[in-house]
Write a protein that binds this ligand. Structure first.
Ligand code: M6R
Length: 355
């Protein structure tokens, strides 16, 4: 049921403050400011390496989680696309955890990757939205993201649910590996606890995002750039835009622009800059200035992004959730402006059960 919403995708975007709050209640105790004892049988003091494997949007959740595992848990993390991972020669470590992420729990390549590593690694964790799915049944440990059915082909609330699940697992790993003391954990849980409110504040930007969408809708191509945690969000934003508006879009690490893609810049190339605060903001801004100097049209998305899309202030750690929601709304409003089929884009299936 779409309720008052015109499309399932729009409903699912608006579901996110609730879906995130629900998952949060399962993994964290926001009164005691600690994590709840989820995944009790998975002990990170016995894990030295994490490999995250998925397809599409779920892969971008893995991409951002790599940084969380490294920074919060001090654990080496690798990522791979399931259709590549399953066919290459892999060097496994004895104390390795493989995490596969899949909304449907039925994606053929992701399921095959999970089956392939059985017996070769210490443990296999599935992060799914369907507790009865093939991946949930095959995995040794399961986190259910509990975001409810996702009907729109473009993944929205499952993506933010996957990010929160992986961030929570990284926190659990940090605690069990002795990387986080009580005070640090309390501040991290505080960040998580702010998420439902921050997501509501971001959704409230829909009017402004829709104005920007009208300007981008006539373009044939578009580029998103970001650094650090926002680089995977740039990739996700580009996927979302191409998936439902059929605008060819790419996401780049901002520092990569001058290594090739800047040749594409002209008046007809919108460049959306995920201009997040932090030590590298100056560098991202100078990349944006290089685009503008070559006649490119630039929109900044950030807390102090004047003239672009001004986002709510929030801790760095949870900024990807803000950018994810902006990316979803931008793609949605561009698709609406173009009149494409938002919930059932051409050539795509919700669940890819063939290779
Ligand atoms: O069900 P899964 O999470 O395994 O699906 C993976 C991809 O097919 C999926 O995320 C796809 O990229 C989405 N349509 C993106 O919005």
């Amino acid at each position: 049921d779409k309720g008052p919403y015109r499309h399932f995708m729009l409903k699912e975007i608006h579901d996110q403050p609730q879906s995130i709050a629900r998952l949060l209640a399962s993994v964290a105790d926001t009164h005691a400011m600690t994590m709840k004892p989820f995944l009790p049988d998975l002990d990170f003091s016995k894990i030295d390496k994490v490999t995250l494997v998925a397809c599409g949007t779920a892969y971008y959740a893995c991409h951002v989680a790599k940084t969380w595992f490294e920074e919060i848990a001090g654990i080496s993390a690798e990522i791979d696309i399931a259709s590549e991972y399953r066919y290459r020669k892999r060097i496994h470590a004895p104390r390795e955890l493989v995490i596969v992420v899949s909304q449907s729990g039925e994606t053929a390549d992701t399921l095959a990757a999970l089956k392939d590593v059985r017996g070769h690694v210490a443990a296999r964790l599935g992060v799914v939205n369907v507790a009865t799915s093939s991946i949930a049944r095959e995995a040794d440990h399961v986190v259910d993201i509990e975001v409810g059915p996702e009907i729109g082909v473009a993944s929205t609330k499952a993506f933010t649910g996957q990010m929160l699940a992986l961030l929570s697992v990284a926190l659990k790993a940090g605690v069990e590996r002795g990387q986080i003391d009580k005070a640090h954990l309390a501040s991290l849980v505080q960040d998580l606890a702010s998420l439902p409110r921050i997501m509501s504040e971001t959704i409230a930007l829909e009017g402004r995002v829709s104005e920007v969408a009208q300007e981008i809708a006539p373009a044939r191509d578009a580029i998103f750039i970001g650094r650090g945690l926002q680089y995977p969000m740039a990739l996700e934003a580009a996927l979302k835009l191409k998936e439902i508006s059929y605008i060819h879009a790419d996401g780049y690490a901002a520092g990569e622009l001058k290594h090739g893609p800047i040749a594409l810049i002209d008046r007809d190339m919108p460049v959306i800059v995920f201009d997040s605060a932090g030590p590298l903001q100056g560098k991202t801004r100078s990349n944006a200035a290089e685009v503008a100097a070559r006649g490119g049209r630039v929109w900044h998305v950030g807390h102090d992004a004047k003239g672009g899309i001004q986002t709510p202030e929030c801790p760095d750690r949870v900024l990807p959730f803000v950018y994810a929601v902006v990316a979803q709304m931008l793609a949605y409003h561009v698709a609406l402006a173009k009149g494409t089929d938002v919930d059932q884009p051409r050539n795509l299936a919700k669940s890819v059960t063939v290779e």
